[in-house]
Design a protein around this ligand. Structure first.
Ligand SMILES: *Cc1c(COP(=O)(O)O)cnc(C)c1O
Length: 404
């Protein structure tokens, strides 16, 4: 008789977005005349840039001719894309990353979930709290996280690193030594960034204790401040302790098109085993998940026209972020984020829990956001608004909030 992987049964239901959906639906049914504005979702809304559309069309036509047809993509991804990544995202920033250390994939979510498979089940993970839920969930499914305590909403074998206003949303080095450290900067959900000096401390620490940092740079394109690193490989020594995840979702609108990559430097070793050769055996190898057509679209992200168009797209969202941040500040809220990331993280007013504030905002302003407690225990008392809506809706939402 077959048995299921009962680690899956340990996953507490992901109630966050389904609860939000139910609450919004119930409210809309009771008040059909109210126009609800959503500033809660982490999905982009602007269409693909013209340079990308052009590349897609061209690649589609190539697929229709025998001479230019493409079958299975090469293991690591097409060289034209990996070369563009190596040059633009690394060499131009003074980072030493070779094209054959880049593994193209169909997105950072899969990679951030699958990467734990190349590590022993005995490894202990450390995560920021609050955090993107995928890191912990996939370690739960692998059986690496111990016992869940519903009261504190924490796992016994996970090291939580609180990120709150007290530490400016950048974690302190953990007291207990982890084996795998998940860091995501600029951060979802707090919108906070880490400076290069602060990140260097983490790289030095990881090298000292023999830990690996899994660095999620999905929001790199939103960085506006000089002292914030675009890649962990800007730090000295990162090649021996860090894996980097990147996505084309938030910088180029590929959430539905699907493209990302993972960097595993050849200097990253356990004894004489290169993690690079383990990741080469990952799920999806030989097909790598990203179609030729999409990899050509990814190449266009790095063309001069593509770069110009995407800079405008990021600027559009960051203008929304400014509208949200300034509007909230005018209304008397304490806010973080919104400078190097499209997320604004606000402190809920006196004595309101994250969910109480959700209800308050939905009922009084007809604006939907995301309760901070949904991202981890230290998110309680906070609330996330996203800059991915339209400018008009964002302005309208803030007008309503200011009137409360
Ligand atoms: C949106 C997001 C990603 C991107 O995932 P894709 O699978 O590439 O769409 C990765 N990490 C974080 C923290 C995100 O918020």
């Amino acid at each position: 008789m077959f048995k299921v992987n009962d680690n899956y049964l340990k996953l507490p239901g992901s109630y966050l977005f389904s609860t939000i959906g139910k609450k919004v639906k119930a409210y809309q049914e009771a008040h059909p005349d109210k126009e609800i504005i959503r500033l809660g979702i982490g999905d982009v809304t602007q269409p693909l840039a013209p340079a990308i559309i052009e590349a897609l069309h061209k690649a589609v036509d190539e697929m229709g001719k025998a001479e230019t047809f493409h079958g299975y993509a090469p293991d690591l991804g097409y060289e034209f894309l990996r070369n563009a990544i190596a040059k633009n995202d690394y060499a131009d920033r003074g980072c030493r990353i070779e094209a054959d250390e880049i593994f193209v994939s169909d997105g950072a979510k899969c990679d951030s979930g699958n990467i734990q498979e190349i590590f022993s089940i005995d490894n202990k993970i450390a995560v920021c709290d609050p955090v993107y839920p995928v890191y912990v969930d996939t370690n739960v499914m692998a059986g690496r996280t111990g016992v869940y305590d519903p009261a504190s909403e924490t796992w016994s074998d996970v090291i939580y690193m609180p990120c709150t206003a007290e530490n400016d949303f950048v974690p302190e080095l953990p007291r207990e030594t982890p084996d795998l450290i998940y860091l995501c900067f600029p951060n979802n959900p707090t919108g906070s960034a880490i400076t290069k000096d602060q990140l260097q401390v983490w790289v030095d620490y990881a090298n000292r204790v023999g830990a690996v940092i899994i660095y999620d740079a999905a929001y790199e394109a939103y960085i506006s401040e000089e002292n914030v690193p675009h890649s962990i490989y800007e730090c000295e020594g990162a090649r021996t302790c860090a894996i980097e995840l990147k996505s084309f979702s938030k910088n180029a609108g590929f959430t539905g098109t699907r493209l990302g990559y993972t960097v595993v430097p050849k200097d990253l070793k356990s004894g004489d085993v290169m993690l690079h050769s383990l990741w080469a055996r990952r799920h999806g190898t030989k097909y790598n998940g990203a179609p030729y057509i999409v990899q050509r679209a990814g190449e266009a992200v790095y063309s001069p026209e593509g770069k110009e168009q995407l800079k405008k797209q990021v600027a559009y969202y960051m203008n929304n972020a400014r509208v949200i941040k300034e509007g909230l500040q005018e209304a008397g809220y304490t806010v973080a984020g919104g400078v190097n990331a499209p997320y604004i993280w606000l402190k809920t007013p006196e004595k309101m829990t994250s969910w109480e504030f959700f209800d308050y905002l939905l009922e009084k302003a007809n604006v939907v956001g995301t309760p901070g407690s949904g991202f981890g225990p230290s998110g309680e008392g906070y609330f996330r608004l996203t800059a991915f809506g339209s400018y008009e809706n964002t302005v309208a939402a803030l007008e309503r909030i200011k009137k409360l």
